[in-house]
Write a new protein. Sequence first.
Length: 75
Amino acid sequence: MMFEYTRRSGAPTVFNDGITFHVDQISRHGEGSGPIDISHLIDRSYGYHSSRELRWHLAERFGLRPNAVALREVH
């Protein structure tokens, strides 16, 4: 399953264990359909440490294996 996300504009957040980013908008791309905004399904205030962490979070949320999740950052 393909997801495209946009980071929230502004400086990265410094957290206890490193720099994090927040997701501003995320869309799911399904087979034969256009993008579907799923931003309401994640906690957009959560500070992700990497796109890999976001991919694992999405896999858990949608009941998928992490390697079944494709993730692309758009600007």
